[in-house]
Design a protein. Sequence first.
Length: 94
Amino acid sequence: MSTKQLLAEIERGINALQKAHALCLKGEAVAPKAKATAAKTVKGTKGPAKKAAKRGMSDEGRAKIAAAQQKRWAKVRRAKKKAAKAALVAPAAE
């Protein structure tokens, strides 16, 4: 490769880098506007997004869960009463 060809190749590389640099500067000039718009959009949607992510439970669902829990505890209490009754009856039988 001759010196002229090498210099021509370097010039092409420099031109390509300058074009890329110019595009990057244009992108940075546009980016703050886009970021500001995106930030406004995010600020506007932050409230509802949090509520949606939190997930709520309907009153019916809450009532079903409460009823099921009460049923489970009633079963446990019945078992305890039965065991206590059996314990009282067993020593008397001996």
